[in-house]
Design a binder for this molecule. Sequence first.
Ligand SMILES: Cc1cc2nc3c(=O)[nH]c(=O)nc-3n(C[C@H](O)[C@H](O)[C@H](O)COP(=O)(O)O)c2cc1C
Length: 356
Amino acid sequence: MGFYYEKVVRPVLFRMDPEKAHDLGVTALDYLGRVRPLCRFMEWWNLVEPPRPIKLFGLEFPNAVGLAAGMDKNGRFWRAGPALGFGHVEIGTVTYRQQPGNERPRVFRYPEHGAIINRMGFNNEGAEAIASRLRQQLGGGGKTRRIPLGINIGKSRIVPLDQAVEDYLHSFRSLVDYADYIVVNVSSPNTRDLRKLQAEDQLDVLLAELRESNLSRARKLGQQPTPLLLKIAPDLSFREIDNVLETLERREVNGIVATNTTVERPQPMHRVRESGGLSGAPLHRRSLQVVNYIHRCTGGRLPIIGVGGISGPETAGAMMDAGATLVQIYSGMVYKGPFVAKGIARALAPRQSNWI
Ligand SMILES: Cc1cc2nc3c(=O)[nH]c(=O)nc-3n(C[C@H](O)[C@H](O)[C@H](O)COP(=O)(O)O)c2cc1C
């Protein structure tokens, strides 16, 4: 399947503007997600399910490979995720306010390096519109689905930093009913000042408030609280990561997604001047370092979703060796095609059977 993608489909898509090609893919997958019998057949064919699922923060993941945030920003096609072989899908980033994002062009491919630079700026339809889409898709609520659905939330552009907590809380309250887990994104380089929320005092307030809201909702409904995770940038220093980890422990955050895109331009991209976040192969080394550092600092107690430059069994295996429990893919899907998850999940399956 990957062969046909690389030889036939990719050359056509890569002749188009990257965002147009992306929109076309989203529309196709949106249609696929609506055709239930076809999805079920494709699931049977593509979804690798070792005998024992991965159990993490009260959820069951059929395999270790997920679709990273940013691909399905508006929750349009996540239902097709298992048909593509993904063991979980993270939608978003969703902001409370609907927003158009930055001016186009804002996505750039570097096929010779297996990389992408983007400065999308959280273009999305807004938390309430996306909540109502999810409500419709799920037929009135409930959390019955084939694979866990993560919802990634971020700060609305027009909201100043000192009102960010309220803004995240609004998104959280709008979306939590539909999420198996929530990711708090404080690490996109494309929303001004957003990454300042990674600083200890700001992060502490943000996570404390979200936790409180989560706990009081759970008490009211007589349910377990929804797992909360934090997504961090690869550009933090180790000392900054130490502070983040202390805050996560204090606020009993369930896990960490590492990493988002980088504003650095590691080799061989050091001469590229395009602004935005870099993802794909050149990010892999730094993401591995960050994941490994977190794993060592926390003695393996904090679940880590490893993201950054994963495009096949080897890079995914390295991420698991570094300490990740699950992995996610974005750029690898652009370069290797929509069915990239299957081969990776199959390669990781023996590790899954050895756990727990
Ligand atoms: C075009 C594009 C848009 C993205 N949008 C988001 C986003 O909205 N929220 C987010 O948390 N990460 C976003 N990401 C980052 C990915 O989720 C992922 O963390 C990063 O690309 C590293 O993984 P990769 O090397 O497999 O692409 C985006 C990445 C790309 C390339």
